[in-house]
Write a protein that binds this ligand. Structure first.
Ligand SMILES: Nc1ncnc2c1ncn2[C@@H]1O[C@H](COP(=O)(O)OP(=O)(O)OP(=O)(O)O)[C@@H](O)[C@H]1O
Ligand code: SF4
Ligand SMILES: [Mg+2]
Length: 362
């Protein structure tokens, strides 16, 4: 399968700020601006070598991966590992203080473009049309004072020469595509009149209305209860089959990722630590961090009443990421050299990569 997206040495650095301010300025995006493509980002200077540097923080460190056309790549990792920053970098939606380097190649019918080098205007034409994104919390991403049908129609109008009526009809059609019952009537509702599950369907309708090749879903089911979560996952699988969607599916929940992904990338403290097929990751995980995450997922074999194992400690804040293996402070297999420099990503099996020389005997 040819690659639709090829990410090469992507690095995102934030200027140092205190943790409270960093939390305040965590990335968010207003979907109406997103759908029309009218949001900006500044491309930073090359960051040079990675590693812990006082006074600055690398949210994403030298990240490389590809997604083939029609494939679903799952991106997993604990909170703060850099999943959302990666997705926003792909869409060029990071705030201006983010310094981004590396290359992002996106191939569509018109040829291949390197996204970080595109003009804002050229990026706007792609964003919301060829590449689209859905977020965890639809209530904050939708405009509360605009009918949902108008919000989807606006996304149509931003990328196509259509009449107002034509855009509205396409909005209703997209709401039908995401199985919203009585779509013509529900299109006149405001977000607060819809349930959480229906709002997420509206977000998905807005994302797919222009038939994007790439859909980035950032924790699309995390805010929903389990039954609704299952329905949304089923819907995404149907849309993938119907429209041949390629997807980057982001979640901290390995059980959810195992249901949707063909391949899985595991991130820790900004670094890709393991990448492989779903079977590689779930049956023969090589990296101690992935192994730790898997032990925390309940299975049918898990003894009831026995607590699940968790990985002790937390993901380090940006300013305190160790220069060597980022997992070293929490790793039970660590040896002295683990702390010296960031280990290489090594191919441990065909198409299966891990960043840990100790367990791989490298
Ligand atoms: N605008 C920003 N300014 C400074 N630091 C930021 C900014 N946005 C994110 N960060 C930091 O970058 C790191 C990665 O954040 P990110 O939101 O990508 O994590 P995540 O893997 O998506 O976590 P979660 O599962 O909680 O969504 C965190 O340390 C976060 O505090
Ligand atoms: S490189 Fe060392 S510290 Fe890092 S995961 Fe491997 S064994 Fe653990
Ligand atoms: Mg996130």
């Amino acid at each position: 399968m040819p690659g639709l997206l090829e990410v090469s040495h992507l690095t995102v650095e934030f200027a140092a700020q205190n943790p409270a301010r960093a939390a305040e300025s965590k990335p968010t995006a207003d979907s109406s601006r997103l759908a029309s493509g009218s949001v900006g980002m500044t491309r930073g200077k090359e960051t040079g070598s990675v590693g812990m540097t006082r006074g600055r923080g690398l949210a994403v460190r030298d990240l490389s991966f590809g997604i083939a056309a029609g494939e679903v790549l799952g991106l997993v990792g604990e909170s703060g590992s850099g999943k959302s920053v990666t997705s926003l970098a792909l869409m060029r939606l990071l705030p201006a203080q983010a310094r981004v380097s590396g290359e992002i190649f996106f191939a569509n019918g018109d040829g291949t473009a390197e996204l970080l080098g595109l003009s804002e205007e050229a990026m706007r034409r792609r964003r919301g049309a060829q590449m689209a994104m859905i977020f965890q919390e639809p209530m904050t991403a939708l405009n509360p004072v605009m009918r949902v049908g108008d919000q989807i129609a606006e996304a149509v109008g931003a990328h196509n020469k259509v009449t107002k009526k034509g855009a509205w009809e396409r909005a209703v059609e997209a709401m039908n595509d995401v199985a919203i019952p009585d779509a013509g009537r529900r299109a006149r509702d405001y977000p607060y009149q819809l349930s959480g599950g229906m709002r997420q369907r509206v977000m998905i309708a807005m994302a797919i209305v222009n038939r994007p090749q790439l859909l980035i879903a950032d924790e699309p089911t995390t805010a929903l209860d389990v039954t609704i979560q299952a329905q949304i996952l089923e819907l995404l699988a149907e849309l993938r089959a119907k429209f041949g969607l390629t997807m980057l599916f982001i979640s901290h929940d390995l059980a959810v990722v195992s249901q949707v992904a063909d391949r899985v990338a595991v991130m820790y403290a900004g670094s890709l630590v393991e990448l492989g097929s779903k079977e590689d990751i779930f049956r023969r995980a090589a990296h101690p961090y992935t192994q730790g995450l898997l032990k925390a997922v309940p299975t049918l074999k898990t003894e009831r009443g026995r607590p699940l194992q968790t990985i002790e400690g937390t993901v380090p804040p940006l300013h305190a990421v160790p220069a060597g293996c980022p997992f070293e402070p929490r790793c039970e297999f660590r040896v002295e050299e683990c702390g010296r420099s960031l280990p290489e990503l090594v191919e441990v099996g065909a198409g299966h990569w891990a960043r840990c020389p100790v367990v791989n005997g490298g």
